[in-house]
Write a protein that binds this ligand. Structure first.
Ligand SMILES: C[S@@+](CC[C@H](N)C(=O)[O-])C[C@H]1O[C@@H](n2cnc3c(N)ncnc32)[C@H](O)[C@@H]1O
Length: 320
């Protein structure tokens, strides 16, 4: 899904008030903070410049990852989603993604860092009517029950900022606020996936269903040193290249996600876990199915399945 051009323009307008060297320096300092202090419950973005740099560097990638996760969620649930609570909303990337995927009538963003929410609210002024009317709640996910429930709750790239002891209570609060669906997105790293897997075990034991990516609700069969993640390709803007250096026209955002629902979902029969391996007349897929993790080779003789396999990418659901 394309990053909204009106949002890109707003980010560029804000960035124009700063010299490229100032943005580059702030970006390097923020990356350093994320490398050293994530996962400890510390505040990482504290100034307006930090928030701006975050939005330049990370919003296109988090928007792309959350859009994919929400698209997979919509495929497996068919739920009508009219309201959103985006927790740890930052500058609002997940809310923009949800607004593009669902027919939202109400958006509420919860965030504890005013520098982020101030900028996020400003960006939303150029969005859809629902984005323009979004409400913002200043609250801390670790200490407060949310004063609002919504059809869909999103938490993207938030759990990995929290300390281990806080995370499980936070997951319960997120779930309690979700009337129909909770979608958690995290970096596609061993740590990000381990946190999602723990949330999966916790919420399944508390009666939630899992709609995607898993085709089953039993224990995840991936080995300890493997992790379920997917990739969203993101076009890099001129501004992104200036701030983050490098000329590559795109970046590949690796992400992991889980979609929890209150109603029984229509789960995939199988999920493609890795990029398909294509040879002449045959495609090899690494799959997670309801009963096993397996590798299958599909040939032209398999007709309909071969057609589906040709279109499949890592993350696709597939009917065998
Ligand atoms: C990495 S940013 C992600 C922002 C946005 N969700 C996105 O995907 O672009 C994490 C956000 O979570 C917020 N956050 C972290 N811990 C929080 C907490 N305990 N309560 C509320 N917000 C929190 C941070 O202030 C920050 O804005």
């Amino acid at each position: 899904m394309e990053f909204p051009s009106e949002l890109r323009n707003q980010i560029e307008m804000k960035a124009a008030a700063w010299k490229p060297s100032e943005l580059r320096k702030a970006s390097a300092a923020l990356s350093e903070k994320y490398r050293n202090d994530s996962g400890k419950g510390k505040k990482l973005v504290t100034s307006g410049l930090d928030a701006l740099v975050y939005s330049i560097v990370r919003m296109p990638a988090t928007f792309a990852a959350v859009s994919e996760a929400l698209r997979y969620a919509a495929e497996c649930t068919g739920e009508e989603i009219h309201s959103l609570l985006d927790v740890g909303a930052g500058t609002g990337a997940a809310a923009w993604a949800a607004d593009a995927v669902f027919e939202l009538e109400k958006i509420v963003c919860l965030e504890r860092e005013k520098a982020m929410s101030r900028l996020g609210a400003e960006y939303m002024r150029v969005g859809s009517e629902t984005l323009r009317n979004a409400g913002w709640i200043y609250a801390d996910l670790t200490s407060e029950n949310f004063p609002y429930q919504a059809d869909l709750v999103t938490a993207s790239y938030v759990l990995n900022e929290m300390s281990d002891p806080d995370r499980s209570a936070a997951v319960r609060r997120l779930w309690n606020a979700a009337r129909k669906m909770l979608v958690i997105t995290e970096p596609g790293t061993p740590v990000g996936f381990a946190q999602l897997k723990a949330a999966r075990d916790q919420l399944l034991s508390e009666g939630a269903h899992i709609a995607a990516p898993c085709p089953h609700e039993v224990l995840c069969r991936l080995s300890e040193n493997d992790w379920c993640h997917f990739t969203a390709r993101v076009q890099r803007s001129r501004l992104h290249k200036i701030v983050k250096d490098g000329d590559s026209p795109f970046e590949d955002e690796k992400f992991s996600y889980m979609v929890f629902t209150r109603n029984e979902p229509q789960r995939a029969a199988a999920r493609v876990l890795r990029h398909p391996y294509t040879e002449k007349g045959r495609i090899t897929l690494e799959l997670c199915t309801a009963s096993e993790n397996t590798t299958v080779t599909i040939t032209k003789k398999d007709k309909e399945i071969y057609k589906a396999a040709k279109k499949a990418v890592s993350g696709s659901k597939i009917d065998l």
